[in-house]
Design a protein around this ligand. Structure first.
Ligand SMILES: NC(=O)c1ccc[n+]([C@@H]2O[C@H](COP(=O)([O-])OP(=O)(O)OC[C@H]3O[C@@H](n4cnc5c(N)ncnc54)[C@H](O)[C@@H]3O)[C@@H](O)[C@H]2O)c1
Length: 347
């Protein structure tokens, strides 16, 4: 088993092993004195992994309650959050009990926020079941819900008790959702680790399974290192946003319908690399992106996308901060007046 310890405001372990989900009860038992475990999950994940997780947790001696909500981003909202609070109240959950987030980033984000706020804070464990959740959203302590006005507008920093990461669960993902997570996986190689990039680039969507556990563990280590430097997202953590300034603009231009987050980030990385890298490096990135069925460009004109970059939350006043990787494995934070950025991108 691989173990990565995160030294944040609270310290916790991320455990990674194929088949680990079957032992989640014993792992949780080591971390908490809770009597009762509240599993929070979505309907799709519940059908696939609800029983195995319940069996393991109940075998470890806990009482279990379970809240299941409809899958999808629209559930990451205040209404679902209040339903979770009411469910926890009705079942007399106390501050010493523990929540378990079983699912992708949607489940992890809303459960983490419930754990940060219910009874002014209680413990929670993450069992991430999408590639994106394993390499990104379950690590680092950001939790949130969406509002009508935008994504992740209400949230809190809340570190879990531990993260139980079972790469075997990714085998039931659709190829689109797997690809979506690959956008972030490729990003980790680009910003921090040339060897990791080469390993990812050596594979494609079919052959990656041979190295999936190592690749996930490498990505998690990179996110851990960045989070340890900047837990509360005031500076260095920004390098995780490579591809995201243009990526967010693409998602927004297409009303969050045509391009998934990972696809938009992949295009954002390719567009930025076309501007800032030698052709050899930009082409290497594009080949890798294509190997995981992700797009390298979009039909929209850059002139239409650039104004939407201004809406990215990383824009401070009239300055735009964005990430550049001139070589593979090394990210730099650049700051430019927004007008200069527009002129530069449109050149
Ligand atoms: N907290 C953070 O730091 C952070 C970082 C990145 C993204 N996020 C958030 O993560 C969310 C996206 O996460 P996501 O991509 O995991 O989406 P998701 O949670 O909606 O999962 C995608 C779909 O996959 C299904 N699914 C989950 N696990 C499965 C499995 N093993 N087999 C088959 N189907 C499975 C789900 O039911 C869902 O339909 C967004 O809300 C985003 O804002 C948070």
């Amino acid at each position: 088993m691989k173990k990565i310890t995160v030294h944040a405001s609270t310290e916790y372990d991320i455990l990674i092993q194929e088949g680990l989900i079957k032992s989640c009860g014993d792992i949780i038992k080591e971390k908490t004195k809770a009597q009762k475990i509240a599993i929070i999950t979505d309907d799709m994940v519940n059908d696939l992994y609800g029983k195995v997780v319940e069996d393991s947790i109940s075998k470890a001696g806990f009482d279990i309650i379970k809240f299941v909500f409809p899958h999808g981003e629209t559930s990451k909202c205040a209404d679902t959050l209040v339903e979770i609070y009411d469910f926890l109240c009705e079942n007399s959950i106390t501050r010493t009990d523990c929540l378990v987030a079983l699912g992708g980033g949607v489940v992890g984000d809303i459960t983490g926020f419930a754990a940060a706020t219910f009874l002014r804070g209680m413990d929670f464990v993450q069992i991430p079941t999408t590639l994106l959740a394993q390499v990104d959203s379950s690590v680092g302590g950001k939790t949130a819900i969406d509002l009508k006005g935008g994504k992740n507008l209400v949230g809190a920093f809340k570190q879990p008790l531990c993260v139980i990461c079972d790469p075997e669960t990714l085998r039931t993902l659709t190829s689109e959702i797997f690809s979506d997570g690959m956008g972030e996986v490729i990003k980790y190689g680009m910003i921090r680790d040339e060897k990791l990039f080469e390993l990812i680039a050596k594979h494609d969507q079919e052959s990656i399974w041979a190295d999936i556990t190592d690749i996930i563990a490498n990505c998690i280590s990179i996110k851990r290192d960045v989070v340890e430097m900047d837990e509360f997202d005031t500076g260095e953590r920004m390098i995780l946003n490579f591809g995201h300034t243009l990526g967010h603009a693409i998602e927004s231009y297409y009303h969050y319908e045509t391009y998934s987050h990972g696809s938009a980030v992949a295009v954002g990385m390719c567009m930025m690399s076309d501007k800032t890298c030698d052709a050899e490096i930009a082409n290497k990135l594009k080949d890798c992106v294509r190997a995981y069925n992700l797009p390298t460009d979009v039909p929209a004109d850059i002139k239409e996308l650039v104004p939407l970059c201004g809406k990215d939350k990383k824009r401070a006043a009239s300055q735009l901060r964005f990430i550049v990787c001139k070589t593979i494995g090394k990210a730099e934070i650049h700051t430019m007046p927004f007008d200069s950025f527009s002129a530069w991108m449109e050149k």
